[in-house]
Design a protein around this ligand. Structure first.
Ligand SMILES: [Zn+2]
Ligand SMILES: [Zn+2]
Length: 402
């Protein structure tokens, strides 16, 4: 018997109906769940490839390409990282995390785009404020900000991971290291206060425009507590930055390998308990609750979750290139790679090579379409028919296909 596959799509397939009945999810959330459920199944159509040497037939189903799908991040991520490789400077890189206080969670669920836009803006302005201050740096900083909305147990925990090079570009166009030869960024406690004030200022403006009032106690609580700005150990060199970006930027709320069992209406998954020495633990939730939590992390459509600011913004590309030249960074050629090249180079997977004989070349012999709404999935033809097609396709080499 084959091992059961524990993945998000299976949870959706099995428990979507009860989840809808219990939690009445938003239409947009439902369409994301539908996409993930169908990802790489016959419902989305696909194609069959055959080996031109041994006749091995491989069926591939189309992927959903939804950015919340745990199966669909690979090539996007690699492409994005390739672009970041073009932007590196030989300086220390800092990793700062800006977290929203949990008192704002409810607001984030109701106004995700606004609340997260404010989070991007407040964290960016915080770094810019310190960078522009000659006491701290006196130059234009660069930032890569990535929004994560989840904590380890799938709860709502909106925070921004920001990568900041240890220095900036002065008005005269020269590089200026941050303090201690670029090994110290800005004081974290002071950043935390600036971050809180920037956020609160724009948050209060936002609720004014929406004509909503917030309780005085909430306002006081938010002002009275210290907001979490956390500076992690700086990266030791550019390769570590790239490794980090590779691991975290295109993450989704839960990856399939963390799901350990799906049974009897429950889902068990692993998580890291930061409060307990980062120990790996297992948590079991009702499947409907699991799906509810997953949906909290679906971002509004077209919401941009990775943003570049300062000299790392797209509009300042020329400025960065001048800097790279000055620092002796060899300009890497910008080649747009197709997904096959990315798979071969980064994932060690040669799409064109036959997985069976390792010698032949796989060629597409048949496409089968996605099923239309309300229709049963379009299953591909059985393998013996595909082999026949492969033989015809190949013409003379039919004999070793049967
Ligand atoms: Zn997918
Ligand atoms: Zn082969």
């Amino acid at each position: 018997m084959s091992k059961p596959v524990h993945e998000l799509a299976a949870v959706i397939r099995e428990y979507k109906t009860s989840f809808i009945a219990k939690h009445q999810p938003l239409k947009q959330h439902l369409s994301v769940l539908n996409a993930i459920e169908k990802c790489r199944t016959a419902s989305l159509g696909g194609h069959a490839d055959a080996c031109d040497s041994c006749g091995h037939v491989r069926i591939s189903y189309n992927s959903c390409r939804n950015r919340h799908c745990p199966k669909c991040q690979g090539t996007n991520k690699e492409r994005w990282i390739e672009a970041r490789l073009q932007q590196l400077l030989p300086v220390t890189y800092f990793h700062v995390v800006f977290t929203l206080p949990q008192e704002l969670n409810c607001w984030c669920l109701h106004y995700p785009a606004d609340m997260y836009n404010l989070l991007f803006a407040a964290s960016k302005q915080t770094i810019a404020t310190f960078a522009q201050d000659a006491k701290h740096l006196g130059a234009m900083p660069g930032m890569i900000s990535v929004l994560h909305t989840w904590g380890q147990n799938l709860s709502l925990h909106p925070h921004i991971h920001m990568i900041v090079p240890g220095g900036g570009i002065t008005a005269a166009g020269y590089w200026k290291h941050a303090k201690c030869k670029g090994n110290y960024l800005f004081p974290v406690k002071a950043m935390s206060t600036v971050f809180k004030n920037k956020y609160m200022e724009s948050f209060l403006k936002f609720i004014q425009t929406k004509n909503i009032t917030i309780e005085k106690t909430l306002r006081e609580t938010l002002y009275n507590k210290s907001w979490v700005v956390y500076a992690k150990q700086p990266f030791a060199g550019a390769s570590q930055v790239i490794e980090y970006l590779g691991r975290y930027t295109h993450k989704v709320a839960i990856s399939n390998h963390r799901i350990k069992s799906i049974a009897d209406g429950k889902v068990s998954f692993t998580y890291k308990d930061y409060a307990d020495g980062c120990k790996q633990k297992q948590m079991t939730l009702e499947a409907t609750e699991f799906l509810r939590r997953f949906c909290m992390h679906i971002l509004p459509s077209r919401f941009i979750k990775i943003r570049h600011y300062g000299f790392l913004a797209n509009t300042n590309r020329a400025m960065l290139q001048v800097q790279q030249k000055e620092m002796g960074v060899a300009a890497a050629p910008t080649i747009k790679k197709d997904w096959k090249t990315i798979a071969r180079e980064k994932m060690n997977f040669d799409v064109d090579q036959c997985p069976c004989c390792k010698k032949g070349k796989m060629t597409t012999i048949l496409h089968f379409p996605a099923c239309r709404l309300g229709m049963e999935a379009n299953a591909p033809p059985p393998v013996w028919i595909l082999k026949k097609i492969a033989a015809q396709h190949k013409g003379t080499a039919g004999s070793n296909l049967f």
